[in-house]
Design a binder for this molecule. Sequence first.
Ligand SMILES: Nc1ncnc2c1ncn2[C@@H]1O[C@H](COP(=O)(O)OP(=O)(O)O)[C@@H](O)[C@H]1O
Ligand SMILES: [Mg+2]
Length: 406
Amino acid sequence: MTLMAAPETHPGATTLTALVVDPNLDSRLEAVVAAKRAGIVVAAEAAYGAEATFLAVEREPSVILLSLEEPPMRGLATVEALHRQSPQIPVVVYSSQADPTFLRRAMRAGARDFLEKPMRADDLAEAVQSALAQERMRGEDAIEGREGRGGLGTIVTVAGAKGGIGKSTLAVNLAIALRQLTGQEVALVDADVQFGDVSVMLDIEPTPERCISYLGRGSMEVTRQAVAESVIPHSSGVDVLGVFPEPQDWRAVGPARIARIATALAETHEYVVVDTPGTINELVAASICEADIVLLVTSLEMSSIKDTKTAVRILQLLEVDAGRIRLVINDSTDATTVTPSDVAEATGLRVAQVIPHDKQLGRSVQRGVPILLEQPKGRFPQSVREVAGAIAGVATQQPRRGFRFR
Ligand SMILES: Nc1ncnc2c1ncn2[C@@H]1O[C@H](COP(=O)(O)OP(=O)(O)O)[C@@H](O)[C@H]1O
Ligand SMILES: [Mg+2]
C-alpha cells in the first residue's frame, strides 16, 4: 500500500506547509525551527482561538502544529474548533507533558499525533507524514473501503486500554492458530517496542539486527526485503518481528514506520498479527488505523470496562470504522465483578468472543511454549481457535458463538 509509505520513500514530493499555533513566543520559535529542519514551510503562526481557526481557513496548511501545556483548556478548545472546522487538516500536538492522560485528552479533542518537547526534526517529519498518510487513507477508504488493499494480507491488531489483560497471550496464540488452521504465511509483530514480551513467550531471541527497532533507524528503508531479514522464524511456522530489549532504541519506531512494517509484511504474509502495549499511544493508533480487524481486548473488571469505554471513544476519534472492531472479553483475572453483557452495554459494542479463564496458562508462559502448542485441548486454545476460525473464515470444529467476520 503505497499510501502509507514512509516519508523517506517520497523525498520532497510536494511542499508541506504548517500553521504553528502556540501562545508562548519562545516555544513557538522552537517549533518553527523544528518545522524548518523537518523540511516544512511555516505558512503562518498564531495564538489559540479565532486567530488560529481563521488562519487555518485562509492559508490551508498541510498540517497544524499546536502547543498544549497546563492548563490545557484553551488549547484543547482550539484543537476541537480546528478539527470541526477543517477536519481534513491533521493537528499534531506538541507538549512538555508526556503523560498519557494529556495525550488522550488531546486525541479526544481531535489531535492526530502527539510529540514530546523538545521536538526532534525527524520525529516531527515522521509524525506529519504519518498524519497526512492517515488522512489520505481516510479519504480513500470512504471511496473504496478496505477491499482497496488489493492482494495484501489481513492485518489483525490486538489492542486494549490496559496491560495484563492478555493481549500478548492472545496475539501469540492467535498467530499460531491462524498458521495451523490455514497453513498460510503468518507474521507476528511486537509493537510494544518498549516492553514487548512476545519473544519471551515464544522463547526466541531477537538481536539488534533482527528486531523491530532495527527497522526504525533513520537510515533504514522499510522494504519488503529489509522486513523479511528482520523477522525470526518460530518453530510453529510463524514469522516473528520481536523486540530487542535495548532502551535507547525504542523511540526510533514511529507511527509511519509501524504502519509501513505491517503493510510490508502483509505483502508476503496472508495474516499479520500486531500486538500492542497497554495504552493507546500514537504507535498503537497507527497500528489500529492500518488494521483490517481490531481485536479490542478487555477483562471483566470494573476498571477495565471504564478504560475500554475510553478506548472506544479514542477509536471513534481515529475514525476507525466500527465494522472493523471486535470486542473480545478475556477473563484473564478470574475476578468477574461484571458480566459480558455489562461490558457490551457499557461500550456499545457487540461481544465477539468470551475467552474463559484458563489456569494452565501460567505454567505455559513460564516455559516459553505457547499454550496452543502445549495444551491444545484447553479452554484458552479452543477459544483462540474460534477467533482464528472467524478471522480466516474457516469453520472450526465446534462453531458455537457465531463469531463471524465476513
Ligand atoms: N484467559 C486467561 N486465563 C488465565 N490467565 C490468563 C488469561 N489470559 C491471560 N492470562 C494471563 O494474564 C497475564 C497477562 O497476560 P499478557 O498477555 O501479558 O497481557 P497484556 O499483553 O495485555 O499485558 C499472563 O500471565 C497471562 O498468562
Ligand atoms: Mg503485552
